[in-house]
Design a protein around this ligand. Structure first.
Ligand code: CP
Ligand code: NVA
Length: 301
C-alpha cells in the first residue's frame, strides 16, 4: 500500500520515533562521510505553489545525497498553473517519478493529489499543516534534550499551520501544549477539541511560558496572508518572544522557530542568537529528517 505523509498523524507514534532515530543516525553518517545511497536512481518530484528556501534546498540536496535526483516544478511553469486538474496532474506525474512533495495553499488539494497518486505524497506545507518541519523540530529537541514525552511545549503567536502541526505532535509524542494566541487567531476549533486533554489556552504570554521546556513561535503573517499584514501586526502586539520572556520558562528550555523569522515582529533582535536558541540546528535537521522520511515512505526501513 502506498504510504503518504500529509500530516504527522500519517505515521504511528512508533514509526515517528523510528524516523527520528534514523534521521539522527544518517546525520552522523553524513558528517562522517559513511552514508549509504539508499535511494539510488529514485526521482523526487517537487511541486511548489509557494516560495521556499529551506524546503527546496533540503529536499533537493537530500534526494541527491541519497543517490537520487529532484525535479523542481513551480506551478507557474507547469500546466497546473494554467488550470490542469489536480487529478490529471497527479496521475501523470506519479507515473513518472518515485515520490512527490507538494507545497501549496489548500490542504484539500494535497489530499486530492494523494488520492490519485500511485507514489508517496509528502506535504511540504499547506495552509493547515507543515509536518516536515515538525520532524526536524522533534529531531532537534531529541538531540538537545532527549525524548519530548512528558514535556511541556508552548506555542506563542498565530494559530497557523505550524501551531496545528504542534497539536498533532503533542498527541504523537505525548507532550503537553500551551497555546497563547490573540482572539481571532486561534487554531482550528475541532482540532483543539479533539486534543483538549493535552492543550491549555492562555491569554497572557508570561503565564503560558511558565514551567515550559520548549518555546516555539512563527511569523504573524504566513504566505498568502500578505494583505492582512498590518492588521496582524496590530493584533499580535504583546506576543513577541524575547530573552526576557524566555527567562520565565524552565532554565534548560529551548527556543525554536521554523524560519523565515521577522525580527522586531514575532521575535526581538537577540533571541535567535541567545543561549536558548536551537534554530540553526532545527533548520539543518530538515535535511536529515526528510531523508529519513523519504527512505521510510519508499520502504527502506
Ligand atoms: N521552514 C520552512 O519551511 O522554510 P522555507 O519556507 O524556506 O521552506
Ligand atoms: N507559517 C509560515 C511557515 C513558513 C515556513 C507560512 O505558512 O508562511
Amino acid at each position: 500500500m502506498t504510504r503518504h505523509f500529509l500530516t504527522l498523524m500519517d505515521l504511528s507514534p512508533a514509526e515517528l520515533k523510528q524516523v527520528i532515530q534514523r534521521a539522527i543516525l544518517i546525520k552522523k553518517q553524513h558528517r562522517d562521510e559513511t552514508a549509504v545511497r539508499t535511494l539510488d536512481g529514485k526521482v523526487l518530484g517537487m511541486i511548489f505553489e509557494k516560495s521556499s528556501t529551506r524546503t527546496r534546498v533540503s529536499f533537493e540536496s537530500g534526494i541527491a545525497q541519497l543517490g537520487g535526483s529532484g525535479l523542481f516544478l513551480s506551478s507557474n511553469d507547469t500546466q497546473l498553473g494554467r488550470g490542469e486538474p489536480i487529478e490529471d496532474t497527479s496521475r501523470v506525474i506519479s507515473s513518472m517519478v518515485d515520490i512527490i512533495m507538494i507545497r501549496t495553499f489548500s490542504h484539500a488539494s494535497v489530499e486530492k493529489f494523494a488520492s490519485y497518486s500511485r507514489v508517496p505524497i509528502i506535504n511540504a506545507l499547506t495552509d493547515s499543516y507543515h509536518p516536515c518541519q515538525l520532524l526536524a523540530d522533534i529531531q532537534t529537541y531529541t538531540e538537545h534534550r532527549g525524548d519530548p514525552q512528558g514535556k511541556t511545549v508552548v506555542w506563542i503567536g498565530d494559530g497557523n499551520n505550524m501551531c496545528q502541526s504542534y497539536i498533532n505532535a503533542a498527541k504523537q509524542c505525548d507532550f503537553q501544549l500551551n497555546i497563547a494566541c490573540p482572539d481571532g487567531y486561534k487554531p482550528d476549533q475541532a482540532l483543539l477539541d479533539a486534543n483538549s486533554d493535552r492543550i491549555t489556552l492562555f491569554d497572557n504570554v508570561e503565564d503560558a511560558v511558565k514551567n515550559t521546556d520548549w518555546v516555539v513561535t512563527d511569523t504573524w503573517a504566513s504566505m498568502g496572508q500578505e494583505e492582512e499584514k498590518q492588521a496582524r501586526i496590530d493584533a499580535f502586539n504583546g506576543f513577541q518572544v524575547t530573552e526576557e520572556l524566555m527567562s520565565h520558562a524552565n532554565t534548560d528550555a529551548v527556543f525554536m522557530h521554523c524560519l523565515p523569522a521577522y525580527r522586531g515582529m514575532e521575535i526581538n533582535d537577540t533571541v535567535m542568537d541567545s543561549k536558548y536558541s536551537v534554530v540553526w540546528d532545527e533548520a539543518e535537521n530538515r535535511l536529515h529528517a526528510q531523508k529519513a522520511l523519504m527512505e521510510f515512505l519508499l520502504g527502506k526501513f
